[in-house]
Design a binder for this molecule. Structure first.
Ligand code: UD1
Length: 424
């Protein structure tokens, strides 16, 4: 298993290109199941989660061509030859559940294993299932698999989510494109990844209105077609790298970054004293002198502060002047980075869903362990600001969601290196 070594203390200056969004791509790829014609995705990120989705789609009979070193993916599904998404693949990644809606919509039947994914709470899929039932599917849970049927096709319906779910909104949005009649999704997720998916589906011939608001209306159509779609910028990767100069000091431009993708987060960063400026080519972030100020955050669905940036923000708050409160409202058990940051000299107390962080002048390098995707990058960020060496182990979590993290940061002057298993 690889580790990442970070030697703290270097200011960061330069530019970091931001990739296409992992979470958008993981929803766009299954959309290819809805059409016999190929879907071409450009600006795809090169990540292990994308390879897992490729494997899953191939197991269902899709042909996936990875061009330009993985930047372009062409997913063709002339026919779905196998309607069972096996546990062995699905357990690696929760987003696998997104093949359920499209398979059911196209062929009227699908069997999908219940997913695994990051260990950040129970993360059930009940909303996905209830929504599909509302569209007329019959579901049966047996041996850890969801057996779904809608032999006469899905039927449009009004479905109100009891709380916001990104994945369930995506699954139902895709399923509804081929349902008979009109579907109205209320209290739908408004994340940029939903907007991106809706735009792609529309380019494939779907009739959708209201994406980006909490009510999405879908008029079912007979069939969808192929198209070419560029994957939206990864707002979580963007936010993560915005924190790099904030925590280490310096001035970095995040190429391709857009403030509207991270408004709540950028506002918070400014509140701490970090400069954020939209340029023609991206977002420029600078911290020139002194410590940042403490700030309180509450994670919420978009457009609120994203849960996927909570761990990274906590790393910054560990070095802030004052006391910060970070309240996690999306996932229970998403403070697993706190004990690891504490090993680096941070002062953090966790009570239920709230972490209280008392900033310290300087963190100290230590061997730490990545527990999930975003936690692992928060430890790297902390390492950039720490005295001495930090070694983050179990970075396979990191590789699920960040492309070449060591190259992107070292290009700006960070001392960061990958220690591969063979060299250990
Ligand atoms: C997506 C993102 C993930 C992000 C999360 C919240 C992808 C691949 N992943 O995950 O990075 O952290 O949005 O922004 O896009 N829930 C249920 N039942 C359900 C579905 C969800 O109880 O059927 C709960 C979850 O446990 C969680 C909350 O609802 O507490 C929100 O989850 P959801 O928005 O569905 O997250 P994901 O789509 O899994």
């Amino acid at each position: 298993m690889d580790s990442i070594l970070v030697r703290g203390g270097a200011e960061l200056n330069g530019a970091i290109p931001i990739s296409g969004a992992k979470n958008a791509c993981l929803a766009l790829m299954p959309a290819a199941l809805l059409s016999e014609e190929p879907l071409t995705l450009t600006n795809a990120p090169r990540l292990s989660d994308i390879r897992t989705m490729t494997q899953l789609l191939e197991s269902l009979g899709c042909e996936v061509a990875s061009l330009q070193g993985g930047r372009v993916l062409v997913v063709g599904t002339e026919q779905i030859s196998n309607h069972t998404a096996e546990y062995d693949i699905v357990r690696k990644m929760r987003a696998s559940i997104l093949v359920l809606g499209p398979m059911l919509a196209r062929d009227g039947h699908a069997v999908v294993s219940l997913p695994g994914g990051c260990a950040i709470g129970a993360r059930p899929v009940d909303l996905h299932l209830r929504g599909l039932e509302a569209l007329g599917a019959t579901l049966d849970l047996r041996d850890g698999y969801v057996h779904a049927e809608a032999r006469g096709g899905l039927k449009g319906a009004v479905f109100e989510f009891p709380f916001v779910s990104v994945g369930a909104t995506e699954n139902l949005l895709m399923a509804a494109t081929l349902a008979h009649g009109t579907t109205v999704l209320k209290n739908a997720a408004r994340e940029p990844e939903i907007v991106d998916l809706a735009r792609c589906l529309r380019a494939m011939g779907a009739e959708i209105e209201g994406e980006g608001t909490s009510t999405i209306e879908i008029q079912g159509v007979e069939r969808l077609f192929g198209t070419t779609h560029p994957v939206v910028t990864d707002r979580i990767e963007l936010g993560t790298y915005m924190l790099a100069p904030a925590i280490a000091g310096g001035d970095v431009e995040l190429l391709g970054g857009r403030r509207d993708l991270v408004t709540a987060f950028a506002d918070k960063l400014e509140e701490t004293g970090v400069e954020v400026e939209q340029t023609d080519t991206g977002l420029r972030v600078a911290r020139r002198n002194g410590r940042v100020r403490a700030a309180d955050i509450v994670t919420e669905p978009f457009p609120g502060f994203p849960t996927d940036l909570q761990a990274q923000m906590m790393a910054l708050m560990c070095t802030a002047d004052g006391v910060s409160h970070l309240e996690e409202r999306i996932f229970e058990n998403r403070f697993m980075h706190a004990p690891e940051l504490t090993r680096m000299g941070a002062r953090i107390e966790v009570h239920g869903g709230t972490a209280t962080v008392t900033g310290v002048e300087r963190l100290k390098g230590a061997p730490v362990m990545a527990t999930d995707l975003r936690a692992s990058v928060s430890l790297i960020l902390a390492g950039l600001a720490a005295e001495g060496e930090t070694v983050v182990s179990r970075v396979y979590h990191l590789d699920r969601g960040y492309e070449h993290v060591e190259d992107k940061l070292s290009a700006c002057g960070a001392y960061i290196d990958r220690i591969s298993e063979a060299a250990e």
